[in-house]
Write a protein that binds this ligand. Structure first.
Ligand SMILES: *Cc1c(COP(=O)(O)O)cnc(C)c1O
Ligand SMILES: [Zn+2]
Length: 372
């Protein structure tokens, strides 16, 4: 049976209730049976649906798919043969967000939902819009009024309705939150099914490393959808007895907007408001991550840490990666920039390290042209 539950007040809801928030105001999690039948997994097609026995979807209903694939895990540096990059920019809309959207919109379809709301002017908005187009679900995407038309082109092309909201990113979120009283909120930060999708990142890494967990995972962190998804996935593998330790999670933030790093350094368990400044890593420029407390907990539980990178470091890493054939969105290059800062540390060459390459440079060619 699939249920939604609240970790703060322990209320539970049947999934048919179509909730995405607890009555107490906290975010919800999904509770559903999880299994990893390896021989069966190996016979399924090479895509994220091969872990279907660990996904909270009814076996009876068809999934909403755009032909995702098991993203390649490559070894980019002969000096560090245990370093792997996972090419998540190869997803249908150009970023890993498709992991979350594929599962979330499949669930929406299964529940008979006909219209959804999302708020994002970036990759999450494009991804949700694409999967809604595929599913025949109508989609409203709330964006800041001053977002450039070029940035909105992909979302618009998929046929989503753009709702432009005056004010800060936080005010856009508030407007979407209000509107979500009348339509299903397919939010990449609130809706727990999104994280049920991003957890497939962990399953793929586990299988591709020969059914083993890496030592370290270096992940860009804004709303933490990939970080928390990876944590959830590895936790489920651990509970199922498939791995014996969790990888240490390293959350990467921009120096110009680092609420998680700050809270971690100061030993806080919650995020405090902060002034953000512009950064090339706009995909992780999130001043107040909704699941901030959970992200901090996940990183602490794995004995991981946060670090920050400057725009200069991000640009240098973006250029270095392009020189070996990997064209990344600036936000994605935060993780490779972070690797540059930690790789000289003691014992690093012996560690199995995985870095997701989260977004394609093709998303940001005009920005990259300016940088070059
Ligand atoms: C969304 C995104 C991130 C950050 O993910 P969060 O869920 O905000 O932590 C990193 N890179 C790219 C390319 C993204 O689209
Ligand atoms: Zn609650």
């Amino acid at each position: 049976m699939i249920e939604l539950y609240c970790a703060s007040c322990e209320r539970r809801y049947p999934e048919e209730a179509r909730r995405w928030l607890c009555e107490c105001g906290s975010v919800l999690e999904v509770s559903s049976p999880v299994a990893f039948p390896k021989p069966k997994i190996a016979t399924h097609p090479p895509n994220l649906w091969r872990y279907r026995e660990a996904l909270p979807l009814s076996p009876a209903s068809p999934v909403v798919s755009l032909g995702e694939m098991l993203t390649p895990l490559i070894q980019p540096d002969p000096l560090f043969p245990r370093l792997y990059c996972k090419l998540d920019f190869l997803f249908p809309t150009g970023s890993f967000k498709d992991r979350g959207s594929a599962i979330l919109i499949s669930k929406a379809k299964e529940l008979g939902i006909s219209s959804v709301i999302e708020d994002s002017s970036g990759n999450a908005g494009a991804s949700i819009a694409a999967y809604c187009a595929r599913a025949g679900i109508s989609c409203e995407v709330f964006v800041p009024a001053r977002t450039s038309e070029a940035k909105l082109a992909q979302i618009k092309a998929y046929g989503a309705q753009l709702i432009k909201v005056e004010g800060s990113r936080e005010e856009v979120g508030k407007a979407a939150f209000e509107a979500a009283r009348r339509a299903y909120y397919a939010s990449h930060s609130f809706n727990p099914y999104f994280f049920e999708g991003t957890k497939t990142f962990a399953f793929e890494v586990w299988e591709q490393l020969g059914w083993a967990a890496p030592d370290l995972l270096i992940v860009p962190a804004g709303n933490g959808t990939l970080l928390l998804g990876a944590y959830l996935g590895f936790q489920q593998l651990m509970e199922a007895g498939e791995i014996s330790k969790l990888p240490r999670l390293v959350g990467v933030q921009s120096e110009n907007c680092a609420p998680l790093f700050r809270a971690y350094q100061d030993g806080w368990s919650e995020i405090r408001p902060l002034e953000k400044t512009e950064t090339v890593a706009e995909g992780i420029s999130v001043a107040r991550p909704i699941r901030g407390k959970q992200i901090l907990e996940a990183v602490r539980k794995t004995r991981g840490f946060f670090l920050t990178v400057s725009d200069e470091e991000v640009i240098a890493s973006l250029q270095a990666m392009a020189k070996i054939g990997l064209y990344l969105e600036p936000t994605s290059a935060t993780a490779t920039a972070a690797w540059e800062k930690v790789k000289g540390g003691p014992g690093m060459a012996e560690q199995v390290v995985v870095i997701p390459l989260t977004g394609s440079g093709l998303k940001a060619s005009s920005t990259i042209a300016k940088i070059l």
